[in-house]
Design a protein around this ligand. Structure first.
Ligand code: SAM
Length: 261
């Protein structure tokens, strides 16, 4: 509660200072920067829940990332860096990804696992362009655009990646429960799937603690769902600056304050 008041107070102070500055020095460089910031505050529903990636990392910190080139429907280049960094920083040995597509994010995360590490990546079964409720949408159609995981097939990282198939609404996650250091959610982006996949992720992470990462957290059905959990349930999630990646830290099935540096 205190943290919420502190954030509110700092947002109001920032707002008041921005207005004062805009009125007194309307054409200065700082005014232009502040007006852009004001605009983004109005547009961005998660403005009070942001965190720079560097707050989550120690110094020095090295990370391997690739393949960097972003194709349609992949994460952005910087989002790929963030994912790789989160896996490495967590010292993750077991990762679960919902939504493989061409396997670019799977490969970048697997690159930062130890040799004994495993990344399980779930995709709709080959050739299936609809989901379990018979819905054909943008996400389900992606499944027939590329060969699942084609960007990790035949690479060194493939030895640490296990492809699994199914619909996240009906897949049997029980063998993976309580084992994961990090879960990356990037399958179907409807609100119903965002909620279902989040509930699954809470069961997949280790009881001692693990990360849940959502892609496209500011978009589609994912945004209203996460907004509701943050405001209604008080989940202490944070959007990584400059990305659509939301991160949460889950212990014993509950989201707790992020371990920051
Ligand atoms: C946006 S893409 C994932 C992109 C990938 N993570 C990357 O960054 O390169 C979404 C993937 O989720 C799959 N998908 C869609 N609906 C799904 C569902 N209900 N269950 C499992 N996978 C699903 C799609 O086939 C597609 O491969």
């Amino acid at each position: 509660m205190t943290a919420l008041f502190q954030q509110l107070a700092s947002a109001l102070t920032g707002l008041a200072y921005s207005l004062w500055h805009l009125l007194t020095f309307p054409f200065s460089r700082s005014s232009r920067w502040r007006s852009l910031r004001l605009l983004s505050i109005c547009r961005d529903p998660f403005v009070l829940e942001r965190i720079p990636l560097s707050r989550l990392l120690p110094e020095p910190f090295m990370v391997a990332v690739g393949p960097l080139k972003s194709l349609d429907h992949n994460t952005s280049e910087y989002e790929l860096v963030c994912l790789a960094a989160l896996v490495k920083n967590a010292g993750a040995e077991q990762v679960f990804e919902i939504g493989t597509y061409d396997g670019r994010s799977s490969r970048a995360m697997a690159m930062n696992l130890p040799d004994r590490g495993r990344l399980f990546t779930l995709n709709l079964p080959p050739g299936q362009d609809f989901n379990e409720v018979g819905e054909r949408n943008v996400d389900s159609c992606l499944n027939v655009k590329v060969v699942s995981g084609q960007r990790f097939l035949g690479t060194a990282e493939a030895a640490r990646i296990e492809q699994v198939y199914g619909d996240s609404a009906t897949f049997d996650f029980r063998p993976f429960e309580g084992r994961m250091d990090l879960v990356f959610i990037d399958g179907s982006h409807t609100r119903t799937y965002a909620e279902n996949d989040t509930e699954i992720a809470r069961r997949l992470v280790k009881a001692t603690g693990g990360w849940v990462v959502w892609h496209d957290a500011t978009l589609y059905g994912v945004a209203p769902y996460l907004r509701q959990q943050i405001t209604g349930q008080g989940w202490p999630l944070r959007l990584i600056d400059g990305t659509t990646l939301m991160v949460g830290y889950c212990r014993e099935g509950r989201f707790v304050t992020l371990p920051t540096q």
